[in-house]
Design a protein around this ligand. Structure first.
Ligand code: NAD
Ligand code: UD1
Length: 366
């Protein structure tokens, strides 16, 4: 049976979980207000002088799974929200409940003109648009490269030209690959083992290079296996949680790639959204140019996940073994020390609670 480990016992510096109040954006040179981590020395970015209490935000990939939750939270906080999406994997239904409450710009961010339009008058860019999935990237690495790297560089350049105050980039735990030690710490060498992971690392490094160079204020969040309502269970590239929940719902066998002993640090989507809001408002002296893990803080094997899903759903789920996937990572667990120190982030939703919420959502869709 699988393992469940704790990553960090550090105590939170502040309480999270509920929506953060909208606050002024950080400014270059603002007091650090805490122990200074390693950070770049060049900070030549100039900021608009008056920090608004409400932000004008761009959420790229806002019609997708995580992006639609982030857009919803930002709207709830009273910020002005624009979403840019090309609906390649995102769907309109994810935003239908926000109709009339946000601006929607349909377009492909590999087009520099779309990037320029998207960032007009924007304070904070949350860049989530990407083609996710390791197997998809093995089937079509160029499409992954275009959407995840080329679009990111176009967006960075447009953001710089438009005077965007901060760019928060959605990176991935996949960049660590099979790093031999757990938990995975940001200071260790990235060892990507798929085109997807390499592309996420390239996008992240562009953001950080522009930040270190004093050209743009940017921070990269490395999300660890995110799950929750609206994550597509029907795609051939479906992630493991929605795929297993769908198997429970339809009383069909789950596909288990490999021996099921591989582990993941499953992170509920609301925690990832909170981390994004915190990253947008963290002091520049702490956050600018930084890469920060965002995880759930525990690792769970796929066999343990199946057991938990059976408990939560009250259904028996059988599984069929398949060969391990190419490019698959064996173990994953986030060190959350940096996230806590810089952002005050601590995950709030445990795996079983997140699975219950996701199960309730999935049942409501049929
Ligand atoms: P998703 O597929 O649901 O969302 C991605 C969105 O980006 C979609 O709405 C898609 O239509 C849009 N998009 C793709 N290419 C685009 C383009 N060229 N122009 C405009 N829009 C485009 O995926 P998600 O799971 O919500 O992932 C969001 C982000 O988080 C991605 O950057 C992904 O790499 C990252 N991430 C996800 C996870 C996870 O476990 N889901 C983990 C780590 C990192
Ligand atoms: C996932 C994300 C990726 C993100 C990464 C961060 C998806 C599709 N992929 O990759 O965007 O960067 O987390 O850690 O959201 N598996 C099965 N049966 C299934 C599906 C998957 O056994 O039906 C296995 C896989 O082989 C893998 C594990 O479950 O060992 C997790 O797979 P998946 O959910 O696709 O996530 P990652 O590849 O870890």
């Amino acid at each position: 049976m699988g393992s469940v480990d704790r990553a960090s016992e550090a105590s939170p510096s502040r309480e999270l979980g509920v929506a953060m109040p909208a606050g002024p954006l950080p400014s270059i040179g603002s007091p650090a207000g805490g122990p200074a981590p390693e950070r770049p020395s060049a900070r030549r970015v100039t900021w608009r002088s008056v920090a608004p209490s409400k932000w004008t935000c761009l959420v790229t990939g806002g019609a997708g799974f995580i992006g639609s939750h982030l857009a919803e939270r930002l709207v709830q906080l009273g910020h002005h929200v624009r979403v840019t999406d090309d609906f390649s994997t995102g769907i309109r239904d994810n935003l239908v409940h926000l109709d009339g409450q946000l601006e929607l710009l349909e377009g492909d961010l590999t087009d520099p003109g779309v990037c320029e339009q998207a960032v007009e008058q924007i304070d904070v860019v949350f860049h989530l648009a990407a083609l996710a999935s390791v197997p998809r990237s093995l089937t079509n690495p160029w499409a992954t490269h275009d959407a995840n790297v080329n679009a990111t560089l176009h967006l960075i350049r447009a953001s710089q030209a438009a005077g965007v105050r901060r760019l928060v980039y959605a990176s991935s735990s996949s960049v660590y690959g099979d790093m031999p030690t757990l938990p995975k710490t940001e200071s260790a060498e990235a060892l990507p083992r798929s085109p997807y992971a390499a592309a996420k690392l390239a996008g992240e490094q562009y953001v950080l290079a522009y930040a270190r160079g004093g050209l743009l204020n940017g921070v990269a969040l490395r999300y660890f296996n995110v799950f929750g309502p609206r994550q597509n269970p029907h795609s051939p590239y479906a992630a493991v949680v929605p795929a297993f929940l769908k198997a429970a719902l339809w009383c069909e066998p789950a596909m288990l790639f490999g021996d099921g002993g591989q582990t993941r640090d499953f992170t509920y989507v609301d925690d990832v959204v909170t981390a994004n809001v915190l990253a947008a408002s963290a002091p520049a002296d702490l956050a600018n140019g930084m890469v920060i893990n965002i995880g759930g803080g525990r690792r769970t094997s796929l066999l343990a996940l199946l057991q938990l899903i059976m408990q939560v759903t009250g259904r028996e789920v059988k599984w069929e073994r398949r060969p391990a996937r190419e490019g698959d990572v064996r173990d994953s667990l986030a060190s959350l020390d940096r996230a806590e120190r810089i952002l005050g982030y601590r995950p709030q939703v445990a795996l079983d609670e997140g699975l219950k919420r996701t199960w309730n959502w999935l049942r409501s869709t049929v």
